[in-house]
Design a binder for this molecule. Structure first.
Ligand code: AVJ
Ligand code: FE
Length: 433
């Protein structure tokens, strides 16, 4: 096999090992609905196999369906998440057997494929990149479900570098055009394309994600009782849902505690805050005298190299993420403290933009000029509009192969089950730039 094929096979295998590890729990836990906004874990498990069958075996390989009767159950658009537990889903053992059967055939298709042919699905292994990233995205979703249900088994205590938060709190991004999006990264999704020029005035952006300590100062200053800091929709949500702190936080004897995969612990001051909604992120930024960055501001600060006049795939360059660059891939079940990855700094000096926490931006999820849906409208196009907000940068739970400078994630502004936090921005004053 060629180097690319070996890389694809290894990536597929890593994703599968991860899915099987997260679902190595009692059947009862797999079939139960832990939250109406999440699927039962056993749905995610069979869905990744069904998606792989659809795209690799049928669309790219031209094979006939293995189990056409189950397709409808695993179509994310046919049944909202809340309805999925009532479906006659494959039993956990059946689901494992089904996805293993699909995978065996996928490796045969990979073996036979000509990845250098100018084929829309197969060239550069595109369809394999699609299913590999899709599985990792569902793995991260499964991890969010496991955090919601408070299951203790999955907490990982991997070593993370210590924090080193000294130095500037913000970095300046000078005015000027940059290239957003990509026309060249082979595994980029349709919503990251095409590359296009965006001209921005100068702005400041936080060097690090907002920490739990800084967020606690907002709480302790009565930030959740003061409508001045909140958007109208955010205030309405906060009052109606009686939201008092980030999800999983509680106040015990004058201190903030949180529950992480079933374990109660004091909130660590130097760790990026997570499990905040867009509404909370937006309110925090206003309280701090700042605002959320637009996604263009976020992307320019992450990857634009003004000296080279080009965008980097990652803040530190084009090298694949390594352990010194970023906290990705579920090394430990948490973000690392701010300042832990100086080697991952971007050209403007921003740190920990990739990994740690997804970062909310002020932007709605919209197509780039010249967008073309590929390979199907339901990945991105049906979500475009003003309901969803864009998140950038990936979290500690994101696999390194499923994130890059141009990667766009999205969710509703009140959602907080994802591993999401923020960093703030503000315009530069004339003369500062
Ligand atoms: C990009 C994370 C919003 O989970 O809904 C999974 C990814 N798309 N299966 C989602 C996705 C199809 C998507 N997000
Ligand atoms: Fe999916």
């Amino acid at each position: 096999m060629s180097g690319l094929k070996e890389r694809i096979a290894a990536e597929l295998e890593a994703g599968r090992a991860r899915s099987l590890a997260y679902t190595d729990v009692d059947d009862e836990v797999l079939v139960r609905q832990h939250s109406p906004i999440m699927s039962p874990l056993v749905w995610d498990l069979a869905h990744v196999g069904n998606y792989e069958e659809l795209w690799v075996l049928r669309e790219a390989g031209g094979l006939t369906p293995l189990r056409p009767e189950i397709d409808e159950m695993y179509d994310a658009f046919a049944h909202p998440r809340g309805e999925r537990p009532a479906l006659p889903l494959l039993h956990p053992d059946e689901a494992r057997a089904y996805i293993a059967g699909v995978r065996g055939r996928v490796l045969d298709v990979l073996d036979a494929a000509d990845l250098s042919r100018p084929d829309p699905l197969c060239s550069q292994g595109l369809v394999f990149g699609l299913v590999m990233q899709h599985e990792h995205q569902h793995d991260e979703t499964m991890l969010a479900t496991l955090q919601l249900c408070g299951l203790p088994g999955l907490v990982r205590d991997g070593d993370l570098p210590a924090g080193r938060p000294a130095g500037a709190a913000e970095v300046l991004v000078p005015a000027g055009p940059f290239i957003a999006g990509t026309g060249t990264l082979p595994w980029a999704y349709d919503n990251e394309r095409p590359a296009h020029r965006v001209d921005l005035p100068a702005y400041w952006i936080d060097r690090f994600p907002v920490t739990c300590g800084a967020y606690a100062a907002f709480l302790d200053d009565g930030g959740y009782e003061d409508p001045r800091w909140w958007s109208p929709g955010g205030w309405e949500w906060r009052v109606r849902r009686e939201v008092r702190a980030p999800l999983f936080w509680t106040r015990e004897a004058g201190a903030w505690w949180r529950t992480r995969f079933g374990r109660p612990e004091p909130v660590p001051a130097e760790e990026p805050v997570q499990h905040v909604s867009w509404f909370e992120a937006d309110a925090y930024a206003r309280w701090a005298g700042r605002r959320l960055p637009t996604e263009a501001e976020w992307e320019k600060a992450c990857g634009w190299d003004p000296r080279a006049g080009r965008a980097r795939a990652y803040p530190w360059g084009d090298a694949e993420p390594g352990p010194r660059h970023a906290n990705l891939g579920h090394r430990a079940s948490r973000p690392a403290p701010v300042g832990a990855f100086p080697s991952g700094a971007s050209p403007c000096g921003a740190e920990q933009m990739i990994g740690e926490v997804w970062e909310w931006t002020s932007s709605c999820f919209l197509p780039y000029p010249g967008f073309r849906a590929f390979p199907y409208r339901q990945y991105s196009e049906v979500f475009f509009g003003d309901h969803y907000r864009v998140l950038r940068g990936g979290s500690w739970a994101t696999h390194p192969s499923a994130v890059r400078t141009t990667f766009r994630n999205w969710d509703l502004p009140h959602r907080r089950q994802i591993f999401a936090g923020l960093r703030c921005a503000r315009p530069a004053a004339p003369g500062e730039a």
